[in-house]
Design a protein around this ligand. Structure first.
Ligand SMILES: Cc1cc2nc3c(=O)[nH]c(=O)nc-3n(C[C@H](O)[C@H](O)[C@H](O)COP(=O)(O)O)c2cc1C
Length: 191
């Protein structure tokens, strides 16, 4: 059976280390058999969530588009960069908009509930963004998502890749692509 995974990065930076890491996990998921859709969150032009804005104008087009994408996928592979010990506003803001009621009045939260997720993170620091993963795991858990135990936090990430974006350490490469593969396996078992 076909398993569709939405791959999302919480950084919109051009040379995002999290994006390079996410790409490795995406390859792992694809090799395992998943259909993966990587999306750049910045393309969805979401304003900061504001209840008055929502009440007056409804959801922005980008939020509807993200809701439709989530609805079409079985699982989410998320790179969650760490800013000041937590996840990024870009990522949380997208989740907040997705969680709001859809065009037809159905629940945005229900789109996420029951879906499987996996987390990776990369940071030049020593902890690799693991605190961001802890925070993001709690958010996804609250939304009823199943966050698998397989994850990877890449420390000293600015030194971890070669010029082609390949991880220098083969063991790390295996573990990161293993996160994507584990996400595929779990989603397939639940489907
Ligand atoms: C506002 C800000 C706060 C940051 N705080 C942390 C932090 O708490 N822990 C950490 O490991 N790195 C921190 N960093 C460094 C980021 O992890 C680093 O810039 C990383 O490369 C961002 O991800 P990206 O390369 O995917 O854009 C911070 C960076 C910024 C801009």
């Amino acid at each position: 059976m076909s398993i569709r995974i939405l791959a999302v990065n919480g950084s919109s930076r051009r040379d995002s280390l999290n994006q390079i890491l996410l790409d490795v996990a995406v390859v792992g998921a694809r090799i395992a058999g998943a259909e993966v859709t990587p999306i750049p969150l910045a393309d969805y032009s979401l304003p900061l969530y504001d209840g008055d804005l929502e009440a007056e104008y409804g959801l922005p087009d980008g939020a509807h588009a993200l809701q439709a994408l989530v609805a079409k996928h079985d699982a989410m592979l998320i790179a969650t960069p760490e800013y000041n010990g937590g996840y990024t506003a870009l990522l949380k803001n997208a989740i907040d908009w997705i969680s709001r009621p859809c065009n037809d009045g159905s629940s945005g939260v229900a789109l996420l509930t029951g879906k499987v997720a996996a987390l990776v993170s990369a940071s030049p620091g020593q902890l690799g963004g693991v605190r961001s993963q802890t925070g993001m795991r709690a958010v996804l858990d609250k939304l009823g998502m199943l966050v698998i135990p397989e994850s990877f936090a890449l420390s000293h990430a600015h030194q971890a890749f070669d010029v082609e974006g390949k991880l220098k350490d083969e063991n790390v490469e295996r573990l990161v692509s293993g996160v994507g593969a584990a996400l595929y396996r779990t989603a397939a078992q639940l489907a």
